[in-house]
Design a protein. Structure first.
Length: 449
């Protein structure tokens, strides 16, 4: 495996270098290398995250009408995963590594008409105007691998077009196959996973699950989207529509089988990805010197019935609605401002986190304050984080506070050292409150080239 990564990296370097030699004026080759190490403040100060990432970008103007872009990640991610002696013979178990084509596409400008641009390939299609948390950004699946990297998505293989009509822009997207979201690993896996409540008097002995992906054809797997964007009264705005599927699975079948006579049971589940239609609106602009934005999405899901098989307990089969077909809304409003003394503040109110639907939707108040010093070499963020509120009537048992202070120092151009922490306090009935015992600190470094 290590040999494979070295060969692949060598080929990429040779190709990029050769292209630079033959078309130096039309090609931009760059990227970054970064490290990210995190450690729990409790739990014996175990390490919680380790990532070393090489990010390679190639941007090439092939002609006046054709452009190419690619982004490769080569990563050492995680810790040795050794379970038995035979694992020691596999380098991927000793030093986990990943090679990813994050994006790779080409643009054709003025195809058939000078107003039409077409992009084909693996692409990240970003919709919405809010800061990282965007209810209308639903074309690419969520990448929750690092839960703290808000707004991260996978790229999708497809076609996107833009047609320019004066001051307006009409976009259309077609993604032929479905890809689910990437779930966070480790302790965070349970925070966003679908919950499953056992009947009274039963205890869990073993658990298994099965994911049912949609059929691999256009009718069942394709995602389509259209958007019109423009400017009205000095505010940028857009209206959008997406037809596809939720990228987070939902349990639609449960089988509970007794193991013994004292109430221990085996549970097996099936999970599917509901169809979804989404109508979105967003805007951004300024009020005086204050930047403002707002974004809203109305979700129209299909109705999902969960079948619970209790026949092994002599209770037959029960059905319940786990997702109704009634529409629900997620939205965000925010603002930012830079004072004359250089202090920058950013605040957002979010109604509905990534995984929330219908009655489970909660409120989140996000905030940040930062100050740059010494000609921007030092950036201090003493106040950053958010407040999650699940239930205002019983606030004490339904909240979480996230505090994430940070200090970033850049001794020279294109290099940065970052030290910070993720601290959570609250009740475990809330999404982030479930992780209150897993506060950690981190040290990151990054060099751009």
């Amino acid at each position: 495996m290590r040999k494979y990564y070295l060969i692949t990296l060598t080929i990429i370097t040779i190709v990029f270098g050769s292209l630079s030699l033959y078309a130096e004026s039309n090609i931009i080759f760059g990227g970054s290398f970064q490290t990210d190490n995190r450690m729990y403040l409790k739990n014996n100060n175990d390490f919680s995250w380790q990532e070393y990432r090489l990010d390679l970008d190639l941007d090439a103007n092939i002609s006046d009408n054709v452009h190419f872009y690619s982004d490769f990640w080569v990563r050492s991610l995680g810790f040795p995963n050794i379970q038995k002696s035979s694992d020691l013979f596999q380098s991927k178990m000793v030093t986990p590594q990943k090679f990813e084509l994050k994006e790779g596409y080409f643009d054709i400008y003025g195809l058939f008409s000078e107003n039409l641009d077409v992009r084909i390939g693996r692409q990240r299609i970003t919709w919405g105007s809010a800061d990282k948390l965007n209810p209308t950004d639903n074309l690419n699946p969520d990448d929750l691998e690092d839960i703290w990297d808000f707004g991260r998505h996978l790229a999708s293989d497809g076609i996107s077009t833009k047609y320019y009509l004066g001051d307006y822009e009409l976009s259309a997207v077609f993604i032929p196959s479905f890809s689910p979201a990437v779930f966070p690993g480790g302790n965070w896996a349970t925070a966003l996973s679908p919950s499953l409540d056992l009947p009274t008097g039963l205890s869990l002995g073993s658990f298994s699950d099965k994911i049912i992906l949609p059929e691999n054809n256009i009718k069942e797997s394709a995602t389509t989207g259209v958007k019109v964007a423009g400017n009205l009264f000095d505010y940028d705005f857009s209206l959008s529509y997406v037809h596809g599927r939720d990228d987070l699975p939902l349990i639609n079948k449960v089988i509970i089988t007794p193991i013994d006579t004292v109430g221990t049971v085996e549970i097996s589940t099936e999970m599917i990805f509901p169809k979804m239609q989404i109508v979105g609106f967003d805007m951004a602009g300024t009020v005086g010197d204050v930047g403002v934005w707002a974004e809203s999405a109305i979700f129209f899901p299909e109705r999902i019935i969960q079948e619970t098989d209790l026949s092994g307990l002599g209770m037959g089969t029960q059905e319940s609605v786990v997702l109704d077909d009634a529409p629900y809304v997620k939205y965000v409003v925010g603002a930012d401002y830079t004072f004359t003394n250089g202090i920058y503040i950013n605040t957002q109110y979010l109604h509905g986190f990534i995984h929330e639907k219908e009655e489970s939707i909660e409120d989140y108040y996000m905030f940040g304050l930062e100050k740059k010093l010494f000609e921007d070499r030092l950036k201090i963020t003493p106040l950053s984080g958010g407040l999650e509120v699940k239930n205002y009537d019983n606030f004490e048992d339904n909240y979480a506070i996230i505090f994430s202070p940070e200090i970033a120092y850049s001794p020279y151009d294109n290099i940065e050292f970052i030290f910070g922490a993720y601290i959570i306090e609250g009740n475990k009935s809330s999404t982030f409150g479930k992780m209150k015992d897993y506060d950690d600190v981190y040290l990151k470094t990054k060099v751009n080239f």
